[in-house]
Write a protein that binds this ligand. Structure first.
Ligand SMILES: Cc1ncc(COP(=O)(O)O)c(C=O)c1O
Length: 469
């Protein structure tokens, strides 16, 4: 079976998407979680609701949101972002007080979303100068930011170090250039490739052989030695081995492997590490058969292994355990609303919407599965196999292939779920289409947090040389 055939077969395993999706949240509805005992008013509600057959997000009707703000429209549920953050932090802190979470800004860079996570107490994991700029604008303290891009340019190193952000390097040559440039970071961390990785998709594996990220242990020893001899006194260590992982055992295993490497480097070079950052990667269920990740179990297992290795390797007892998830915090808080404009019955039934690979790229690049609901009629039977596409001039432009859906007619509103992470952030202006608007919902209120782009926005930076006028 080819990959595409496999994905299509998986697509078909979904007899009634709406029922599957809502059953995942059934036990959550209005349940006050004890993990929120410090903030007992806090209730964890499902990110989406079925109110009389109409999809509601954060108390607002999807149908009304689309009418008010137009489509395609990204909608984020504020309460869900807060609940996701608290679930992770409380789970880890219950087992280890010196746990710190830095939100991976690349997942969703909207200032309002950043602000929510900053208010919750997150630090920021930024992959470059623009993300660090936005994080500062959202109120993050540069001291609580990690600059973990890859293949940093000199300018980026200079900007990051001058801004006082902790620098995380993913290549030894970057350390050489820091020395050549005479930069004096207070702090240096390296991204280690611990030799194995895992991901929800083969292209989401970021460690192991043949990946472009990080440095191997042998090189890491040399890199930390170079940093120490240059006079750096404060160190961290980092890995990011894959994304969208739903295997609770994996995080513990990979933490153990990294901690052994950390121990050998610490002993070999007599250096003290301030933190160990085990990256992001916490997965979310996209496909009907996926089970939600048990974060409580992940935290328990990771911390047990971490503490065991701290003792075994003689590492400092106050060493900070860090994570930098992106997807887990924002993914299921986001819904993309798309209007069906044009239906074509050819070899297949093509449902043409105003959201395509320019709006949501994941299905086109990873064959990613996103649940799709008929927002105005959640009770409708799923009985017609259709392919849902956008308006982009590429045959990869689809939101779902050969998917069982209710009968859809032109004018209907579709809701694509789990798009809060790597949704808008990966969107483009391809085919010269303005990017979508974003709305934040909370307690039945909805506020625009990013205006829909206009033709003028697209034209703004274009220059026609005088001689061509
Ligand atoms: C360095 C780094 N940290 C954190 C993340 C966030 O990963 P995730 O969204 O899987 O949690 C990524 C994602 O690619 C990353 O590259």
């Amino acid at each position: 079976m080819t990959r595409v055939q496999r994905e299509r077969a998986e697509d078909k395993k979904s007899p009634n998407e709406a029922r599957v999706v809502f059953s995942r949240f059934r036990d959550l509805r209005s349940r006050t979680l004890d993990v929120f005992s410090n903030t007992s008013r806090y209730k964890e509600n499902a990110p989406i609701e079925n109110r009389n057959g109409v999809l509601h997000i954060g108390g607002s009707s999807a149908v009304e949101l689309a009418e008010t703000h137009g489509t395609p429209l990204y909608v984020y549920n504020e309460d869900r972002i807060r609940a996701n953050y608290r679930r992770v932090v409380e789970a880890f802190k219950r087992h280890y007080e010196k746990f710190s979470l830095f939100y991976a800004v690349k997942a969703n860079n909207s200032l309002a979303v950043l602000r929510i996570l900053q208010q919750e107490g997150a630090g920021a994991d930024v992959s470059g100068p623009t993300e660090s700029y936005l994080a500062v604008r959202a109120g993050f303290d540069p001291q609580r930011m990690l600059y973990s891009g890859n293949y940093h340019t000199n300018d980026e190193l200079v900007q990051g170090i001058r801004a006082g952000i902790k620098i995380n390097l993913d290549g030894i040559s970057q350390m050489r250039r820091i020395i050549e440039l005479g930069l004096r970071p207070e702090f240096i961390s390296f991204r280690i490739n611990p030799g194995i990785g895992k991901g929800g998709h083969e292209d989401q594996v970021y460690a192991g052989p043949n990946v472009k990220f990080g440095i191997k242990e042998s090189e890491a020893l040399e890199a930390y030695r170079m940093a120490k001899e240059y006079g750096i006194r404060r160190f961290g260590v980092h890995m990011m081995t894959g994304s969208n992982i739903l295997d609770e055992n994996y995080f513990e295993t990979i933490t153990g492997i990294l901690m052994d490497i950390v121990g050998r480097i610490a002993k070999g070079l007599s250096i003290k590490f301030d933190f160990v950052d085990i990256g992001g990667g916490l997965g979310v269920p996209y496909k009907p058969e996926d089970n939600p990740l048990n974060v409580e179990l992940v935290a328990k297992k990771v911390v047990e292994r971490f503490k065991q290795k701290v003792a075994e390797q003689g590492l400092p007892k106050d060493i900070v355990l860090m994570m930098e998830p992106g997807r887990y915090l924002v993914c299921d808080a986001g819904v993309l609303l798309a209007r069906v404009h044009s239906i074509k019955e050819a070899d297949k039934i093509f449902i043409g919407t105003d959201a395509g690979m320019n709006t949501l790229l994941r299905p086109a690049i990873y064959g990613a599965y996103h649940p799709i609901l008929l927002a105005g009629d959640l009770e409708a039977e799923y009985r017609k196999e259709v392919t849902i596409v956008g308006q982009i001039c590429e045959n990869t432009d689809h939101l779902a292939r050969d998917r069982l859906m209710p009968v859809i007619t032109e004018g209907d509103l579709l809701a694509v779920l789990n798009v809060g992470a790597y949704g808008f952030a990966m969107s483009s202006q391809y085919n010269t289409r303005p990017r979508a608007a974003e709305v934040l919902v909370a307690s039945g209120q909805h506020e625009l947090i990013r205006e829909r782009e206009t033709f003028e926005d697209i034209e703004r930076r274009m220059v026609v040389p005088e001689r061509l006028k």
